[in-house]
Design a protein around this ligand. Structure first.
Ligand code: CP3
Length: 355
């Protein structure tokens, strides 16, 4: 494999010195880019886009052609695992993801097995190898998965949900059943991320989008414990380099010390927690990723620069910060505003790395 020309992102995750704060953006490949919408329209549906390695590679690279991003994230979705388990994933315009066969009973859970990475999810690994080849050592490639709890939310609810009544109902009414489901998801996610690392992912991230809807005790038992189980089973070195692991629990700001203790290298933070507070909470144990409110990108460029400056200042001097939004970029953002964000992070962060 070729040398990595820009390894700022990997270095920052490991709290090593960098010249500027690295930046990438959740959902950086997506609907706010006209060139994405064009390829998406040609592909017909979203899963065809994900499962055609050349197309997935093309949309992964699109934002890197426009912006000086410090990492690429493989274009895919967290719902590929439940799809491979046979739940029948499809997307309904305006309503988001749906499953034709959601998990409704102990019998449904008993039928689930760990998907075969070399066949059922092979398209993801192929997309990763094609993309690594095309990146040719420019920036690192991030692999990812949903957390077991977040995947279970979609699998039991059958799609998006406002109150999570079904999945939480199962958790409270039949906890042993929920644990069975989460355990099979954790085994699947471990195998999935290890296959992504073997295919060329240079860092991996767990998206725990719905962990923040739980009580502290339930978060520890039903979400964090399974992320810890996954992390302890991951390949941590590949191609002679460490493979950093990032955990992002949206709404997890009050649990940062707990999250920092599960063996990850970095913790994602949403905008509701100030990075100075987050930094104190993790006490040098892990790097932090985040955390500008995605809606700042609706403002004018001067205001965007001002907010970038304030996020950089809240982390302060020293190593261990990867700049990102606190959640995915919205589809109606002007791409020029994204460019303004990326340039501002690089230009304004230099003074924080001269010690
Ligand atoms: O970050 C990236 O650029 C990589 C690609 C990526 C996508 N989804 C592409 C996508 C990643 C990392 C995800 C993760 C994902 N998917 C999460 C966790 C992160 C988060 O946002 O909380 C979740 C919860 C999902 C499930 C999912 N998939 C949702 C809620 C949606 C949006 C549905 C809608 O219509 O609004 C998707 C579809 C999806 N995944 C799109 C993209 C670009 C849009 C689909 C399209 O182009 O039609």
């Amino acid at each position: 494999m070729s040398e990595l020309r820009n390894d700022r992102y990997l270095r920052a995750l490991l709290r090593e010195p960098v010249d500027k704060t690295p930046v990438w953006v959740m959902r950086q490949a997506g609907r706010y880019l006209p060139e994405y919408r064009e390829v998406r329209a040609k592909a017909g549906d979203f899963m065809t886009l994900c499962s055609t390695p050349d197309l997935a590679c093309e949309v992964t690279l699109q934002p890197l052609r426009r912006f000086e991003l410090d990492a690429a994230i493989i274009f895919s979705d967290i719902l590929t695992i439940p799809d491979a388990m046979g739940l029948g994933l499809h997307f309904v315009a305006g309503e988001g993801p749906k499953f034709t066969k959601p998990i409704q009973s102990a019998a449904d859970i008993a039928k689930l097995g760990v998907p075969d990475m070399a066949s059922e999810l092979r398209y993801v690994m192929d997309a990763i190898s094609v993309t690594r080849r095309e990146l040719n050592g420019d920036v690192p490639l991030i692999g990812f998965s949903g957390s077991p709890w977040t995947l279970a939310c979609y699998m039991v609810e059958g799609g998006a949900s406002k109150d999570f009544g079904k999945v939480k109902g199962m958790m409270f009414d039949a906890p042993e059943q929920m644990h069975k489901l989460l355990d099979i998801m954790a085994q699947s996610v471990t195998a999935y991320l290890n296959a992504q690392i073997a295919a060329g992912a240079q860092s991996v991230m767990l998206f725990d989008t719905w962990g923040g809807t739980l009580s502290t005790r339930d978060y520890q038992q039903f979400s964090l414990a399974y992320m810890q189980q996954i992390i302890s089973g991951l390949t941590r070195e590949s191609e002679g380099r460490k493979v950093p692991v990032t955990v992002f629990t949206k709404g997890g700001g009050q649990w940062l010390p707990l999250i920092a203790a599960v063996g990850c290298d970095a913790v994602g933070v949403d905008w509701t927690t100030d990075l100075s507070v987050a930094r104190e909470a993790v006490n040098g144990k892990v790097a932090l990723q985040g955390n500008m409110d995605p809606c700042v990108l609706y403002a004018n460029k001067a205001r965007i620069e001002q907010e970038v400056a304030s996020v950089l200042a809240s982390f302060g001097e020293g190593e261990g910060h990867v700049f990102n939004l606190g959640h995915g970029i919205h589809p109606t953002i002007d791409p020029d505003h994204m460019g303004c964000l990326i340039d501002a992070v690089h230009n304004l962060s230099v003074p924080y790395h001269q010690g």
